[in-house]
Each structure stands twice: as C-alpha cells, then as structure tokens.
Write a protein that binds this ligand. Sequence first.
Ligand SMILES: Cc1cc2nc3c(=O)[nH]c(=O)nc-3n(C[C@H](O)[C@H](O)[C@H](O)COP(=O)(O)OP(=O)(O)OC[C@H]3O[C@@H](n4cnc5c(N)ncnc54)[C@H](O)[C@@H]3O)c2cc1C
Length: 201
Amino acid sequence: MSISADDLEEIRQLARSVATERIAPSASDVDEAGRFPTEGYQALVASQLHAVVIPGAYGGVGADALTSAVVAEEIARACATTQQVSGANELFAWPLLLAASEEQKQRWLSPIAAGEALGAFALSEPDAGSDVASMTTRAHATDDGWRVRGTKRWITNGGVADCYVLFAVTDPEAGSRGISAFVLEGPTPDCPSVPPRRRWG
Ligand SMILES: Cc1cc2nc3c(=O)[nH]c(=O)nc-3n(C[C@H](O)[C@H](O)[C@H](O)COP(=O)(O)OP(=O)(O)OC[C@H]3O[C@@H](n4cnc5c(N)ncnc54)[C@H](O)[C@@H]3O)c2cc1C
C-alpha cells in the first residue's frame, strides 16, 4: 500500500509522540542494563507500530517501505534498541511476503501482527556479514526434513524471538544463488537453555 503525504505525516506524528512519551523515558535504562526494551516495545504494539509492513490480511497495518522507514526513524531517535526489536520483526516478515505460501504467511505473520510473537532474521555470520556469498551455514535435506549446521552472529532478537528466518547454503555450486531461507520456531530442542515461549516483553 502506498500512502498520501498527509497520511504519512500523520503516521510520523503518531510515531513521534509514542517515541517521545513512552519510549524515550526508559531508553537510557535499557542501554545501561542491556535489557529487552519491554515498555517501549509494548507501546509500539499498542499503537500498531511494531511491524507496520505486515498486510491487513494477516492483521497488520499494511504500510509500504517508506512508511516503515519513517516510523523507524522516529523510534530510533528515541531508542535505537526498541527500533531494532521492531525492525527485526519486519526483517522477518519481508522474506515471507516475498516468497512464502499463503499458509506460511498466516501461520507466522499473524502472531507478530497481533503482538503475540517476536521475529528475527538470521543472515550474518562471524566471517560473512554484508558479504552474504561467503556464508558457510549449510542445510542438508534429510529423510524427515532439513538439518542445518552453522553459526549466526549479530542477530537482533536472537535468543528471545519466537520465529526466525534463517539463511543457509543448500547448493554450494550455485554460489550466492544457492542460498535458501528457512523459517524456524524457537527454541529448538537443541537449545534447551532458552526458556519456553514468550521469552521477551
Ligand atoms: C545493531 C545491529 C543489528 C544487527 N542485526 C542483525 C540481524 O538482525 N540479522 C543479521 O543477519 N545481521 C544483523 N546485523 C549484522 C549486520 O547486518 C552486518 O552483517 C554486520 O554488522 C557485519 O557487516 P559489516 O558491514 O559491518 O562488516 P563486513 O561484512 O565485514 O563489511 C565491511 C565493509 O565491507 C563492505 N563489503 C562487504 N562485503 C562486500 C562485497 N562483497 N562487496 C563490496 N563490499 C563489501 C561492507 O559494505 C562494509 O562497508 C546487525 C548489526 C548491527 C550492528
């Protein structure tokens, strides 16, 4: 959905007031404590600003990329951490919007739009940041699904997200075109140290 300049300005003013009144007051404490920005994120959820690119069909606002950038700008001005948390929701949503089935979109995007789940986007690795073609995480098909091996780093919401889009090499011969995206639910049985669902907020 593309929106008029007037509507965009209205959304900017909404984001600015939420950021100023409800996010900025705890920003220093979030940074000093290195904690999840619970108050700020809840304020975003209450204003439907926590994942604005998710379409109305999945319970979201259905905003375009420009609106998403304007909202991000206003939130980050008050608290970069809070913006990262909501930005990761949108990073999770984009690959699904581009390539997922209708069933997958309903399953994964609706809980995020409702503020009941948190997303993450797992692309970067210790030796492959922007240079995605150097990715070493591999996914192999097995009899009952896929086995993924590798290490990701710098993953916003990592460890607390309910769902992850994870990128792994499935066809090494194809170089940068041999990378596939997987949707994972966290925590996995291999990661029992992470407590059960809703590890955030
Ligand atoms: C606050 C924060 C949150 C993040 N959240 C996430 C997240 O949620 N998920 C995630 O996957 N990652 C995340 N990252 C990782 C981030 O996206 C980068 O991958 C990571 O910071 C490393 O990339 P870099 O550009 O800093 O370094 P490098 O990848 O080492 O790049 C160094 C420089 O070389 C350039 N460069 C690299 N490769 C090439 C190339 N092939 N051709 C030309 N130029 C090149 C880059 O543009 C850059 O200027 C996050 C990082 C930060 C700081």
